[in-house]
Design a protein. Structure first.
Lengths: 204, 104
């Protein structure tokens, strides 16, 4: 019953799509340690969330519709990165680049919305220096935003490599690891809207 | 035993299924909060449950984890990270809120 597997990977190079090569394992260990960093930022946020120092809280600051749009952008970008992976498996070079560009646009729109949110909060006097709650908020959400920005740079690099080098084994392996990174950031975002935004807006 | 396991090789339908499930599992908690469908505690529980299910959906359909094909070491690293996260997050919250109560 593994016939489907071998035909699917014959289109491209022999691809490490199930994470069996050691680089994929090393990257996986990095992702797990990154998950621990985020978990501790979440713990810090939960400890500090009530400490608004008389300043604004989540209810005044967060916009549900903005967060919902941001979530949809990230979810869509995860799916489009998946389409790039599917194109890679079938050896479709231009398909990979097309889907990576779509992913880049969705990711860049997410980062733009987040920067816009941060700028609006800082302009309204609710910057990271206002209270313990806001310090923890900016560190947690900002760290995720920085990761997404790093992923965007990675997407640009991978587009260039796919165009100039083709879908060679090293390129496919890098693309696979960037995909792990991108999907991982989506999981962190689920935790962010479930721990930060939704409880913050919820009626007391 | 070894019957069709489409998750081993990602396909368009894998990602489409994952996306549809993820959108539904996002829409439910947002709707609960936006329309005030539940009181605070049940709403928080619903948000947590939807988040945990959605994380599993992402692991399964986007990161292609399953107990048959994912290398043993990757799962071990995942569960060890989960264990550390549990100790450090629950421990921090426990200690800090206990301290908070004692300082009152």
């Amino acid at each position: 019953m593994n016939a489907g597997h071998s035909t699917a990977s014959e289109g491209g190079a022999s691809l490490p799509i199930d994470g069996r090569d050691e680089k994929a394992f090393g990257f996986w260990v990095y992702l797990m340690s990154d998950a621990i960093i985020f978990a501790l930022l979440f713990a810090t946020y939960i400890v500090l969330v009530e400490n608004t120092a008389g300043g604004p809280g989540g209810k005044e600051l967060f916009s549900l519709s903005r967060v919902f749009t941001e979530t949809m952008l990230l979810l869509a970008s995860s799916a489009t990165f998946g389409m790039a992976t599917v194109a890679m498996v079938s050896g479709d070079r231009s398909g990979v680049v097309r889907w990576l560009l779509v992913t880049f646009i969705l990711g860049a729109a997410f980062v733009a919305m987040e920067l816009n949110e941060f700028a609006g909060m800082i302009a309204a006097g609710a910057g990271p220096d206002r209270s313990g709650f806001l310090s923890a908020f900016f560190v947690l959400v900002g760290t995720h935003g920085l990761h997404v920005s790093a992923g965007l740079i990675g997407i640009v690099f991978m587009c260039v490599q796919v165009v100039t080098k083709g879908l060679t084994v090293p390129v496919a392996s890098r693309l696979y690891r960037l995909g792990l990174f991108w999907h991982f950031l989506d999981i962190v975002w689920i935790a962010i809207f479930s721990v930060v935004y939704l409880p913050g807006v919820l009626d007391g | 035993m070894d019957n069709t396991h489409p998750q081993h090789v990602p396909t368009r339908s894998t990602y489409a299924t994952g996306l549809v499930l993820a959108v539904i599992l996002t829409a439910i908690p947002f709707a609960i909060v936006a329309f005030g469908l539940l009181p605070r505690l049940p709403a928080l529980i619903a948000i947590a449950v939807a988040a945990i299910i959605q994380v599993s959906v992402h692991l399964r359909y986007f990161l292609h984890l399953d107990f048959k094909h994912t290398p043993h070491e990757n799962l071990a690293a995942l569960f060890f990270a989960g264990f550390l996260i549990f100790i450090m997050v629950i421990g921090s919250i426990w200690i800090m809120f206990d301290l908070h109560d004692r300082m009152m």
